[in-house]
Design a protein around this ligand. Structure first.
Ligand code: C5P
Length: 284
């Protein structure tokens, strides 16, 4: 008899979403904003071992470098960091990825999160005032292109401006190919059509840390017993879509992460914690 409640089902289907989110998903499928064409299969998930190998071998986690096509100009040389991200952070052992989910509130996971060698956080997620629940260590912050005064379409000028004012801070641009390589693997391992939009920052951060670390503990990506419609632990805003996905194929990302989890269901239930191996530990 299980001493804990139900956790995320790795075969969750969009049919079980609330009607509004089913409709949103259908609209994104029809809109196909990025002209995604997909001719591959849609099938039951590969074994966790094979999936880890596919992720390791097919998702190129790289940052834009000085040698990359349009960034080869003399003007860009001064902006892109000289060292690669893996050179900057070195080989990492145990890492934590902290989703910004509302269910982190009152979790008291701070000590456990800070016990890791490196901690990844997202966008503007604060630590001040929330240390007991989310810890205080931040090694890497993954930010989306809306972060710097919402400049989605003026991203490069904003990046340059930030680099001029914070030249000492290693600040990289994730190679955008990565998200589509990851999208293909998400689609191949789902029975339904997934939203033809980039994976969420959460999923990108998980795969990024799998390239840098020996072990990755992910907190409150798969919701614990504290699951809530409060979007972020640091805001009052409510939206079921934050946990289940609307724009992002988040439901399918969570199915895949549950499938690869090497930890226990009890850890998911009590700590919202999933444990994944780093790619260096994966044998194919
Ligand atoms: O909202 P933001 O993108 O900054 O949150 C970081 C990531 O955490 C999301 O991309 C998503 O993967 C995850 N998240 C979640 N459930 C929430 C809020 C965030 O899974 N309620």
């Amino acid at each position: 008899k299980a001493a804990f409640g139900k956790v995320w089902d790795k075969d969750s289907s969009s049919r079980n979403l609330i009607p509004r989110l089913q409709k949103v998903r259908k609209n994104y499928l029809a809109m196909n904003k990025y002209n995604v064409t997909y001719n591959g299969k849609r099938s039951a998930k590969l074994s966790p071992e094979k999936l880890l190998c596919q992720l390791r071998d097919r998702v190129n986690v790289t940052m834009i470098q000085r040698s990359d096509g349009p960034f080869g100009t003399s003007e860009w040389q001064q902006y892109l960091p000289g060292k690669s991200l893996s050179e900057t952070v070195g080989h990492l052992g145990r890492c934590a990825v902290v989703s910004s989910a509302g269910s982190l509130k009152s979790s008291r996971l701070g000590h456990e999160i800070d016990s890791h060698d490196a901690v990844l956080r997202f966008n503007g997620a604060p630590v001040r005032g929330f240390q007991d629940d989310v810890g205080q260590k931040t090694t890497i912050r993954l930010v989306n292109s809306q972060w710097y005064r919402k400049p989605d379409y003026n991203f490069f000028e904003s990046y340059k401006a930030y680099r001029r004012t914070h030249p000492e801070q290693p600040f990289y641009i994730l190679n955008p190919k990565m998200q589509w390589q990851l999208w293909d693997i998400l689609q191949e391992n789902s029975l339904e059509h997934i939203q033809p939009n980039p994976p969420s920052s959460g999923m990108l951060g998980i795969v990024l840390m799998m390239t840098l670390c020996d072990q990755v503990d992910v907190y409150e990506f798969l919701p614990s017993k504290r699951q809530t419609d409060i979007c972020h632990y640091y805001q009052k805003f409510h939206d079921h879509a934050c946990t289940m996905g609307a724009y992002h194929p988040l439901l399918f990302e969570k199915n895949l992460v549950k499938h690869m989890n090497q930890g226990t269901d009890e850890d998911i239930y009590t700590h919202g914690k999933v444990t994944l191996p780093g790619f260096r530990q994966v044998q194919c």
